[in-house]
Design a binder for this molecule. Sequence first.
Ligand code: NAP
Length: 249
Amino acid sequence: MRLSKKNAVVTGSSRGIGAEIARLFAREGATVVVSHRDSGPHKEEVVRSIKRAGGEALAIHCDVSDPSSVSSMYEEVEKSLGKIDVLVNSAGVSDGSLWNLPVNKTPLDAWRKVFAVDAFGTFLSTQGALKVMRKGGSVVNIASTPALAGDTEGLVYASAKGAVVSMTRMLAKSLAPGVRVNCMALGSIRTTWVDWLDRRQRDAYLSAIPMHRFGEPADVANLALFLASDESSFITGQVMVVDGGEVLR
Ligand code: NAP
């Protein structure tokens, strides 16, 4: 098993990509903290499915945009597990209404909302994790391909993810050699993000992807596993693209 004896926190793992990463990490031997913001049934389902498959997991509430919520989560993590080895910052705002806003109609609140979770949340959660990464560790961030290649839509998301890319590189240098920090830049992955595209948008997206399909959460989880595990022990500060070849065009 590639993560045996390791403890991992995955933020925003009540659903979507985070949930898939949590399940895969548990299958590979990690004890996983299913960090969730909602109070709905999703997180229990993720923890139950991990336990049913013979893995170890616990759910801990955390709104990554709230410093006190992040501190409480790591206090609880320390009490329950003592230390962590891996953090995946998967929490992100998914709100279709913010996607195709023209520049002159983009309210400042949209910037505050997305930056609070995607950029500041990634920072806060990483800052908290460092206090409980007793023997070093691996931080895996999530950005998106428009942050690297530009796009006509998603200005606010791409800008927040651009901050995540810079944070990855800055922290990789300052935290080496103890803690590695890498980032996955995602194209279109089949979660709620793809659900809110209309048919015309879906077709346009698919025709731009050389692999002719949307990514699956498992495609992302497989890379997260590699970056979390010791197999990537000489890799830090990197941004790896998971997009079916889309940014080649
Ligand atoms: P998703 O299905 O919408 O899930 C988002 C997750 O983030 C949910 O678990 C949500 O929790 C959590 N979250 C939102 N705000 C939070 C907060 N303040 N504190 C803690 N958790 C919070 O999205 P996804 O597609 O899995 O996205 C996962 C990551 O990949 C995100 O960072 C996203 O930006 C990035 N990404 C996705 C795609 C894609 O095509 N899917 C592309 C590029 C990048 P609740 O259940 O409480 O809402």
